[in-house]
Write a new protein. Sequence first.
Lengths: 259, 266
Amino acid sequence: MTPHRSMTINPGKWLLFAAFVLAWEYGVRLFEIPQFILPPPGMIASKVFRDLATGVILPDLQITLLEVLTGFVSGAIVGLAVGAAIALIPVVESWAYPYILALQTIPKVAIAPLIIIWFGYGIQSKILMAALISFFPILVNVIAGLKTADPRRLLLMRALKANGWQTFFKVRLPGMLPFYLAGLEVGIVFAVIGAIVAEFVGANSGLGSLIVKRQSAIDVVGVFSVLVYLSLMGLSLNAIVQWIGARFVFWARHENTQI
Amino acid sequence: MTASPELDAPAEYHLDVHEISKTFTSLDGETVKAISNVSFTVAQGEFLSILGPSGCGKSTLMMIIAGLIAPSSGRVLARGQGFNGVHPDFGIVFQDAVLFPWRTVQGNVELPGEINGMRPGARASRARDLLHLVKLDGFEGKYPHELSGGMQQRVAIARAMMLSPAMMLMDEPFGALDALTREEMNLELQRINLETGQTVIFITHSIPEAVFLSDRVLVMSGRPSTILETIAIDSDRPRSIDKMVSDKFGAYVSHMRHLMSRKDPA
């Protein structure tokens, strides 16, 4: 649960990265690897720049971002609600949990063709796919967070004669938040995967569909450019979720200390 | 030095612990007798320590008195009346401070008031008064992780006093603190106790701590836990730390140590 500082300033890391890029650039030239197999990074960088400067990438970027965000927020809300119902209501747990476990064993990307058939080529099927994939890690974390309430805190609430609602809102819910945020951090990355997979299977717009179009034109540089935008999107969305987490669950870093 | 509780306690006592026994069934089906036939009374305004070796079941005894665990037999009367669950006269301090890390110091102290439906204005000013009493003025807006262990336990004491309980139940509240902080907290507890005049039941395994703080000490045996002896500490409170090295104090301490080591060879 401890937030990791993945972006620490470490000159060694940057040197290694620079060495990797240089090796790629000159390796490609040295071994005369054709552009349509592996383009050099310099060429990819200029394509990334041109995609933005000409505005070619923007409509697709917007579509995918909309799908990811809408899907993620839906997954986060439904995950919280279903997780709370499973963790707190024993009847729901015994009836629903086996199905959820069964669903979890299915690779969600394999459902994408069905989702496209049912919900069409438009944005709805992508939102649903993003929501479905981000739902599970969020759900699992909500259940774990609500079930692992500190017994000492529950005893204190009992000593104070708190009722069930008070115990839920004052102990279980805040204690669950660090788990929820860990679920959201995974969920946002999963939502990107969900949207892209659904776009691969059937779409007219979005970054996933752009990859497919550029692939059929054997525009490998163009595919790499889209990959760069996708990874930038995933990184920044994840950073935003982490930032929100650090603001609202700032105390979680000290959770393991005896208080 | 020795007296039976009946002779010792005044006629109008506050709490009556009557023939409490507790038997547990362990996972392999064995029955373990943790507490055997414990009876004592606590007088109004008295500071009573329950002293026993680690694992002797004294925490269990406190939980039974608090109404958080049911005894196998026996009963606890407060002001002559039996009760279910936690008696509203009690304020409980646990071994760990058990503060909520997402609440400020002020918010933690206000918690019992919130649960009890106290008005926001009233509980805010009550919490500030209590934080003043435990000498934490200016720490209202801090979070628990910003405090030392001793300060956290002060917050827990203030929280336990939020609803003005007539009796404080304290389960080894300073057990996790280092020796110096512990001594300081003993002095603080004595000061707070003399200011408020609350009745206190204090669980500890530290002999000097029990002697220093208490009007009376119940010395418990190891499992099954029974009262070996009830010892009244004949010395006016407040007491200074210097008193702990006096001959009289030493005599109490060594007597209790002999009692505990004789019945519970380690």
